[in-house]
Design a protein around this ligand. Structure first.
Ligand SMILES: Cc1cc2c(cc1C)N(C[C@H](O)[C@H](O)[C@H](O)COP(=O)(O)O)c1[nH]c(=O)[nH]c(=O)c1N2
Length: 228
């Protein structure tokens, strides 16, 4: 192990342009369903995205993630079929006009995107007692989501769109991809180059739901206490 004092270095500051770039990626990141270009993603680019994901924080530094890269059109078609089945079940959970609206939405680009990335979480990655997970077993899934967000933002900076698809029966994805029982499926990400993006969430543009005002979500010194 390195001497601990050697490992602490100055916190490098960001230039104004670097700071702006970080916020630019955050503010213009989109969930992409229909804008994927068919061009394959170069392997070195995919490695950069996965490296960004792999530098995410994780509870107890357990790094519970795996990434299954799916280029096979045949496998993606099976995943799409699993989506279609679940999506029909999902549609029936909404009533009346809301169901009609739901059915009009595009909620995946599994076959159109040139690569799918299935992100999983292995709760057994660093034994059964994990620093930081001792009192909340969901912390490993949360860590995996941090990795996905890193990948999503890096992708935005690389001109790559990402679409998170979660409308599946987990067992279907496990069967298609041969994922063991004890592994949790966290996300199916559609990934591909994009040259056009919505300038606000597609669900907002299509009238499903709007962004909430931030000040309604911030409390002070206790639940429900808004600043006067
Ligand atoms: C955990 C999780 C799961 C899903 C999503 C996101 C997240 C975080 N989103 C994308 C979601 O609809 C989108 O993020 C919001 O509508 C906001 O839009 P932007 O991401 O800002 O473009 C998503 N979108 C979709 O079309 N099908 C889906 O199954 C899902 N599932």
């Amino acid at each position: 192990m390195r001497p601990i004092d050697d490992a602490v270095c100055p916190a490098s500051s960001f230039s104004a342009a670097e700071r702006e770039a970080v916020y630019h990626a955050i503010m213009t990141r989109r969930d992409v369903r229909s804008q994927f270009l068919p061009d394959p993603l170069p392997d070195d680019l995919v490695t950069r995205l996965l490296t960004a994901a792999h530098h995410a924080p994780s509870v107890g530094f357990m790094q519970p993630w795996n990434f299954i890269l799916v280029k096979s059109a045949e496998v993606r078609a099976r995943v799409r079929d699993a989506f279609l089945k679940a999506n029909e079940e999902a549609a029936r959970m909404f009533d009346g006009e809301r169901q009609e609206k739901y059915r009009s939405l595009r909620l995946e680009g599994i076959v159109e995107a040139p690569i799918g990335i299935c992100v999983t979480c292995d709760p057994s990655r660093s034994g059964s007692v994990v620093l930081g997970r001792t009192h909340n077993p969901r912390m490993d899934s949360y860590s995996t989501v941090c990795a996905i967000q890193n990948l999503w933002l890096a992708a935005r900076a690389e001109g790559v769109g990402i679409g998170w698809v979660s409308i599946f029966r987990e067992g279907d994805l496990k069967e298609i991809l041969g994922i063991p029982d004890h592994i949790e499926v966290v996300a199916w990400l559609c990934a591909g180059f994009v040259d056009r993006l919505y300038d606000e969430p597609e669900l907002a543009v299509k009238g499903w739901r709007q962004r909430m005002p931030l000040d309604e979500l911030v409390f002070h010194d206790g639940w429900g206490q808004i600043k006067t």
